[in-house]
Write a new protein. Sequence first.
Length: 142
Amino acid sequence: MSGEQTLLGFDYGSRRIGVAMAQQPGNVTRRLKFVNNSPTRPDWPAIDRLVAEWLPNALVVGLSRHGDGSDSPVTRAIRKFAGKLGDRFDRPVYFEDERLSSVAAREALLDEGLPETKIARHLDSESARQILLSWLEHAARE
């Protein structure tokens, strides 16, 4: 991707979906919030509002896999969510390996000086930011 771009990143979870944004050039990233998720469907109105606010050119979804690279039980749900994102917003959707995003997110929040009592509130959106950072790093090498 070249030129001015805005991306939204998603860290899919069964109860919450963390959301972050990135703007290029400069790879400026920011955690946004999390939206609620349920076994029946995500909070689409909340996702609609984020897409309307940030007007992303593309969407990046963290793809959960086992350590050996094989699909995990949640991989199918993530792929289904990503497909619906692409259809709903008519934007390209990219996947990024999210295996280490939660660990990196916790470390980043601790480095910011957040106390343990507040980390849980920001962990999902920081994980989404870590997914975006990883995707941007890989995209820069291609």
